[in-house]
Design a protein around this ligand. Structure first.
Ligand SMILES: NC(=O)c1ccc[n+]([C@@H]2O[C@H](COP(=O)([O-])OP(=O)(O)OC[C@H]3O[C@@H](n4cnc5c(N)ncnc54)[C@H](O)[C@@H]3O)[C@@H](O)[C@H]2O)c1
Length: 261
């Protein structure tokens, strides 16, 4: 038997674009990739936070980390910025297609504006970046794409009213499978992670307010707690690296057991 360091999870020199990377789950997963050697481009609309996050991550990991303003809902901007980044880094090899949001509103309110705001970011945004980055990866016959889905794409959450979010994430999961099948024989793998309740900016207000909603969330999570952002890093490294070379079209649940119950 041989011993020594495995290169299965080595990402040295494989540049990753991380959308919604200024904070939260995107930044935590970016850190995991950087710790395994991947140069990182954080992209977000929160420029002050993103610039600072890039500096901190570079200092902490010693890899190259830069920040770019990118509104993923603007397809023209996505095409321009992705083209520029891809050229600058000599070809993106990893995409964490992660920017997303939730708005709680009851289905019967007929609020098309809020519905479209969620769809525009969570679904259209994921499509714009997937297409722009995927096209370039296909030209090189190499790449790994990880979309951030959600357990809300598998189950419908209670007690909060977030039908638009649930529908958008179910769509992200099937977009993931569709892209995986279109590109499976051309060297580009596409997978999604489906987090459960995680403690980030997106959920901070709810955890701070506490009360019945949080009791229900914890009760319905077999591990009885929210996940911490860094608990997604291992999955991101796995799906980005050669350790998952035969994995495509997969939706990986990371939810403290929520969807197993
Ligand atoms: N936190 C959870 O419990 C949870 C659970 C499951 C899935 N998710 C998903 O994880 C992803 C990240 O969520 P988070 O909890 O880290 O949220 P977050 O609010 O902490 O971070 C989201 C980031 O996306 C950025 N963003 C918003 N609109 C953007 C746009 N148009 N273009 C580019 N960037 C934009 C924000 O500025 C922010 O930095 C989302 O897709 C979310 O749906 C979160």
């Amino acid at each position: 038997m041989t011993t020594g360091t495995s290169s299965l999870f080595d990402l040295t020199g494989r540049t990753a674009l991380v959308t919604g990377g200024a904070k939260g789950l995107g930044l935590a997963m970016a850190k995991g990739l950087a710790q395994h050697g991947a140069p990182i481009v954080l992209a977000d609309i929160d420029d002050a936070t993103g610039e600072q996050a890039a500096k901190d991550l570079a200092a902490e990991t010693g890899v190259e980390v830069s920040y770019r303003h990118l509104d993923v809902t603007d397809q023209g901007m996505v095409e321009r910025v992705v083209a520029a980044i891809d050229e600058e880094v000599g070809g993106l090899e990893i995409l964490l297609n992660n920017a997303g949001r939730t708005i709680h509103h009851p289905l019967e309110d007929g609020d098309g504006e809020r519905w479209r705001a969620v769809m525009s970011l969570n679904l259209d945004g994921v499509y714009h970046v997937l297409s722009a980055v995927g096209r370039r990866m296909l030209e090189r016959g190499r790449g790994s794409i990880i979309n951030t889905g959600s357990m809300s794409g598998i189950i419908a959450n209670v007690p909060q009213t977030q039908a638009s979010y649930n529908a958008s994430k179910a769509a992200v999961h099937n977009l993931t499978r569709s892209a995986a099948l279109e590109w499976a024989s051309r060297g580009v793998r596409v997978n999604a992670i489906a987090p459960g309740y995680m403690r980030t900016e997106l959920t901070r207000g709810f955890y701070e307010a506490g009360g019945e909603q949080i009791d229900i969330w914890n009760m319905m999570t077999p591990m009885s707690r929210p996940g911490e952002p860094e608990e997604l890093a291992g999955a991101a490294v796995y799906l980005a690296s050669d350790a998952s070379s035969f994995v495509t079209g997969s939706i990986l649940s990371i939810d403290g057991g929520y969807t197993a119950a």
